[in-house]
Design a protein around this ligand. Structure first.
Ligand SMILES: [Fe+2]
Length: 353
């Protein structure tokens, strides 16, 4: 599906409603080719202003590592429920989440939804619980299964690899927003950013009517990496309001921006609604990695994204305040920690069904 183009970025476009999601080649940028940073940044800018998603290839993350984490995902979820529930997700959002605990409700006037159908295992940065500063959600104290040798090493190796890739892309994002290349260094490199790896299992069981494996949502982070699975299921809502199936491109990652970047860029970079519906008849496994700046980072309109004619639209919030707000809207087990809404009226002004 990808073209054989040797340009600095490959804008071959794919989708099942085809030609929608750009494919960006990181090879020249990672090799330090002159001009590659600017060319890649132009591709990222275009993708995030238009659709909020892009694929990356030649990203440098070994496929063997990706395959190993998918295998560990299956191995973990094959464990008996009683074993998995020994490390049930806690008030930090870390551990095993059985089906039933993810039930997003972003707006008060939204009708209640059925809980999403699927189970997941969450880890954050591997630091001790007592070393977490302040509000500890996603910040230390991972819970590991006792009897799965190799599981922890595989997940932490993947966490480190995707974090390293994320950090390499910071100058690309800064350049895409016409900022100095080091503009995001303070929020990520000089502090402790927040990464969450979600190890998801969507059963082959069909969802009920008005139920999804992951109901329509916008990610709550800065950047999300979704390794490609052989079983499709991710759908995204395009500008005309219709939903399209994201194609599976072997060896790539599907990358999207979340609400932290949308708020920071004053809405210039899209955070696109997406959902998961597994109609394949077989189990689907996914390993999204969510990455955000350090919790103390204050998210307020970047200088290149507002002026007298386009004033800031959102209330400034810290990453911690926003992450708590987002999490309490999504997860039953995190409902009691409301954080601070970035919307002046309290709720998100739009939704997707
Ligand atoms: Fe998502």
């Amino acid at each position: 599906m990808t073209s054989a183009s040797t340009s600095l970025f490959d804008d071959a476009r794919v989708a099942q409603g085809d030609d929608l999601i750009p494919v960006l080649d990181l090879g020249p940028f990672l090799a330090g080719t002159p001009g590659a940073l600017e060319a890649l940044a132009a591709g990222v800018r275009s993708a995030l202003e238009e659709i909020g998603f892009f694929f990356i290839r030649n990203h440098g993350v070994p496929q063997t590592l990706v395959d190993r984490v998918f295998a560990e995902n299956r191995r973990f979820h094959d464990e008996p429920d009683t074993r998995k529930l020994e490390i049930q997700v806690n008030e930090r959002g870390l551990g095993y989440m059985p089906s039933g605990l993810q039930q997003p409700r972003y707006n008060k006037d939204e009708p209640p939804r059925l809980p999403d159908l699927g189970e997941a295992f969450f880890i954050g940065r591997e630091i001790r619980a007592e070393d977490a500063k302040g509000d500890p959600v996603y910040q230390g104290g991972n819970q590991w299964p006792a009897d799965l040798p190799g599981f922890r090493d595989a997940l932490l190796g993947y966490y480190d690899a995707i974090e390293a890739l994320s950090l390499k892309l910071l100058p690309v994002y800064a350049t895409a927003l016409e900022l100095p290349p080091d503009a995001f260094d303070e929020a990520f490199l000089h502090n402790q950013p927040m990464g969450v790896l979600r190890v998801s299992h969507y059963p082959s069981t069909r969802c009920a009517e008005n139920q999804w494996n992951a109901s329509p949502h916008i990610d709550g982070d800065f950047i999300t990496f979704l390794a490609q699975s052989e079983v499709p299921g991710l759908q995204l809502r395009i500008a005309d309001g219709s939903w399209v199936q994201a194609p599976a491109l072997p060896g790539t990652f599907l990358v999207n921006s979340g609400e932290i970047l949308r708020l920071w860029s004053n809405g210039r970079f899209k955070a696109t609604y997406h959902r998961v519906l597994n109609t394949s008849g077989q189990d689907r496994y996914a390993i999204p990695f969510f990455y955000s700046p350090s919790p103390e980072t204050r998210i307020e309109c970047l200088p290149t994204c507002c002026d007298d004619e386009t004033p800031p639209k959102y209330r400034p919030v810290t990453v911690r305040e926003y992450t708590d707000w987002f999490s309490h809207k999504v997860f039953v087990h995190l409902k009691d920690n409301p954080g601070v809404s970035p919307y002046y009226e309290g709720d998100r002004p739009d939704s997707a069904e």
